[in-house]
Each structure stands twice: as C-alpha cells, then as structure tokens.
Design a binder for this molecule. Structure first.
Ligand SMILES: NC(=O)c1ccc[n+]([C@@H]2O[C@H](COP(=O)([O-])OP(=O)(O)OC[C@H]3O[C@@H](n4cnc5c(N)ncnc54)[C@H](O)[C@@H]3O)[C@@H](O)[C@H]2O)c1
Ligand SMILES: [Zn+2]
Length: 379
C-alpha cells in the first residue's frame, strides 16, 4: 500500500486597473517574464468589440510595442451571454481556434468578456491539451466582483447550469474598470448582488459599507462602484486561497449563499432571469428563511431586502409557481439538484447575523413555501 501526498502551490494573480491595453499601462506587461517567448490567442465577446471598436487595434499595438516576446497568433470574436454556455457552438469555436493556432501548454489563452463567456473560454482552455494558461479579462460587474476571480469554469448541459466544468486556477485575472461603464446601467448595478452575498456571509463591516453607500452604488458613482467591486473580488479570492477548500471537495459553500434557489430560478425562467437577478431572489429567500427559523432578526432581514431593492434587484419571479406533481413550488426541486451537483450531504449556508454565515443540513420545506408566499405577496 502506498499513500502519497501530492501538493502544489498555485499562484492566483489578480490585478485591478483601468485601460489595461494603454501603452503606458504596465500591469499586463509585468505579468509576463521579459524575454520568454510564447504564443497568445485572444478570444473576445462580440459585444465588447461593438462597444470598443478600437479594442482589437489596441491589443495588436500592445503586443508589438509592449511585449514583443509574445506572439499574438489570433483574435477570435464570439458570442457571449448565457447563450454561449447553453449551446455547444461557442465552446467548439474556441476549441477549433486553439487547435488551428497550435496553442500548447506554454501558450496563453486570453478571454475578454462577461462571466458566461469566461466560463466557456475557461472550460475550453482548461480541457484543451489538459489545460493551457488562461488570462481572464472580466468585463461585467458580476464577473469582476465574483466569477472572474474564481477558479471555476463550465458550460450548461441537460438544462443544468455548469454540468460540465473544471476547477482551474487561471494564470491571471485582470479587472479593467473601463469595461464596467459600457454595460447597461441596470446590469452594472445588478452585478453588485455578489458583493452583497459575500458581505452577508463573511464581512459585516463590508455589508454596513454597502448599506451606507447604496445610493452611490445605485447611481453608479465610479469611485464607490470600483471600491465595491474590488472589495468583493478580494473577499471571494481570499476565501478561495485561504478558506481551505479551493476546489470545493467538502460540502460547505459560503460563496454559494442563496445559490441553490438561484440556479433553479434561472432554469425555471428559461434563463430570462439573469444570474444576478436569480441570486437576488435566492438571497432574499434564504435571508427570510433565516428570520422565519429564528436565526436572524426581522430588522436585519429587512435591511438585506432593502439593499437588494435599492439596487433595483428583484425578490420574486412568477416562473416559480409552476405546479409540479411533487411540489407546489417547482423552485424547491432546486434543493435536490444542488445536493446532486455538489454531492455529499445537503449543506446550505444561512445567516445567523449580518456578515456571519453558518451551515445547515436540513431545510424545512413548509417554511420555504411560507417565505415564497411572502416574497410573492410583496411583489
Ligand atoms: N465560474 C464561476 O465561479 C461563476 C461564478 C458566478 C457566476 N458564474 C457565471 O457567470 C455568468 C454570469 O456572468 P455575467 O453576469 O457577467 O453575465 P454575462 O456574461 O451573461 O453578461 C451579461 C451581458 O452583458 C454583455 N456584456 C459583457 N460585458 C459587457 C460590457 N462591458 N458592456 C456591455 N455589455 C457587456 C454580455 O454579452 C451579456 O449579454 C453565469 O453563467 C454564471 O453562472 C460563474
Ligand atoms: Zn453567483
């Protein structure tokens, strides 16, 4: 018998900047060793090219002027948004481009886009040749304050979110705040839901800061918005790096607070609800539930709902009332699916205070229904 420990240390390089491809911006240059030749293939969302028509030229100039040791082999445009995770088309396009460009394990794949696009390109990069180096450039609030700094990727299959996917630490993540401002205002605001989530389970002081600054956040004041994105990203990244379970082998999932319902809500609405909107409903539901179970005071529960509403986030969607043979609210099936997806015992994070999450292993379905009724009547 032989039991060996295998341990490796991976570096999670996260950068915040503005105008990353400007020729005098050194953030990106400093991520690559000078004099070490490598190939780079760039994937960029169509919408980013539409909003920044010069971006491909900027990238080309960056390569020729700032990092001549790197060879830009190709810039490929593709469709982003949730669609790209649902169809196999985009993943295939990315794989094809990686293959045609002879990208190897010492080359880099750059992905510029929202969370969905990064998930697809990240999945292709993590599986092609068993993993090539990925540099993410998240372009939405949600991907900058959460998913982009995470270590997961994935595509949807069997109508299930992220059914196919891997854990892979990207080579680097570069959050360029410039991208935040081309989003429609409401989408920009809604992406802050993951900042609220991580504050609620990890950092009371950050939640109070969000509460105090909610008007500035709703108005998308740049300084407030960027601080919120950065604090959220750092909390997420620190949990991954120091939380003891970066590849989610255990059952506790603090960063998935509110997500059992959110994933089901996205599916029930046939993806009409965005991930951010669905998470808002999930947070509202689980926070109400904590109050109804006596873990959280009503006053604190109301404060959470108020912050979500101040950012124009929804607390309810009519698609949840689809009657199923087993259950009145189809949303409840999300609990089983959450457990199936993660394996092990059902583990759901709840709040015992603002900024303090704790795990439970049982959910009282009658109480969830009661909370759904409350959310429905409030809507
Ligand atoms: N891998 C993870 O750990 C993780 C964590 C959380 C969420 N996610 C996933 O991330 C996805 C949601 O990401 P998202 O909220 O970024 O949504 P998204 O990627 O669907 O982007 C939202 C919309 O904005 C567009 N867009 C992107 N950047 C833009 C910009 N700068 N200006 C204008 N439009 C822009 C996109 O084309 C899309 O239409 C979901 O699929 C979710 O499951 C993954
Ligand atoms: Zn999420």
């Amino acid at each position: 018998m032989l039991d060996l420990d295998i341990s490796i240390t991976l570096q999670h390089r996260i950068r915040f900047t503005k105008n990353v491809f400007a020729l005098d911006n050194t953030v990106l240059r400093d991520l690559f060793a000078p004099g070490v030749e490598a190939q780079v293939i760039v994937f960029i969302e169509n919408k980013i090219v539409a909003h920044f028509p010069q971006i491909e030229q900027e990238i080309q100039s960056w390569f020729s002027t700032v990092a001549p040791q790197l060879t830009l082999v190709n810039i490929t445009r593709a469709e982003g948004g949730e669609y790209c995770k649902r169809s196999e088309e985009v993943c295939r396009e990315v794989m094809d481009a990686i293959e045609h460009s002879k990208i190897d394990r010492h080359s880099y794949v750059w992905a510029i886009g929202g969370g969905a696009f990064l998930d697809v390109v990240g999945f292709a990069a993590a599986t092609a040749h068993r993993g090539v180096r990925l540099v993410r450039f998240p372009t939405t609030t949600l991907s900058q304050d959460d998913s982009g700094v995470g270590v997961k990727n994935g595509i949807n299959l069997y109508k299930k979110k992220n059914f196919l996917g891997t854990f892979a630490v990207p080579y680097a993540v570069v959050n360029d705040f410039r991208f935040l401002y081309s989003q429609p205002a409401q989408i920009c605001r809604e992406g802050l839901v993951e900042a609220i989530k991580v504050a609620l389970v990890k950092d009371a002081e950050f939640f109070l800061w969000i509460e105090r600054n909610v008007a500035g956040l709703a108005a998308l004041e740049p300084e407030t918005l960027e601080e919120c994105v950065m604090r959220s990203a750092l909390l997420h990244a620190k949990h991954i790096a120091a939380g003891g379970d970066p590849f989610e082998m255990g059952s506790s999932r603090p960063l998935d607070y509110g997500h059992w319902a959110a994933h089901k809500a996205e599916q029930l609405s046939d993806f009409r609800l965005s991930h951010a909107q669905a998470v808002s409903i999930g947070l509202a539901l689980d926070t109400l539930y904590a109050w109804k179970k006596g873990f959280l005071t009503e006053e604190k529960c109301e404060r959470v709902l108020r912050v979500l509403q101040a950012l124009g986030l929804p607390l309810w969607d009519d698609s949840f009332v689809i009657q199923t043979p087993e259950r009145e609210f189809a949303l409840l099936n999300g609990l089983d699916e959450f457990r199936e997806h993660l394996g092990g015992t059902l583990t759901i994070m709840l709040l015992k205070d603002l900024g303090k999450g704790f795990d439970v292993h049982e959910i009282d379905h009658a109480r969830v229904v009661e909370c759904l009724e409350i959310l429905k009547s409030r809507a």
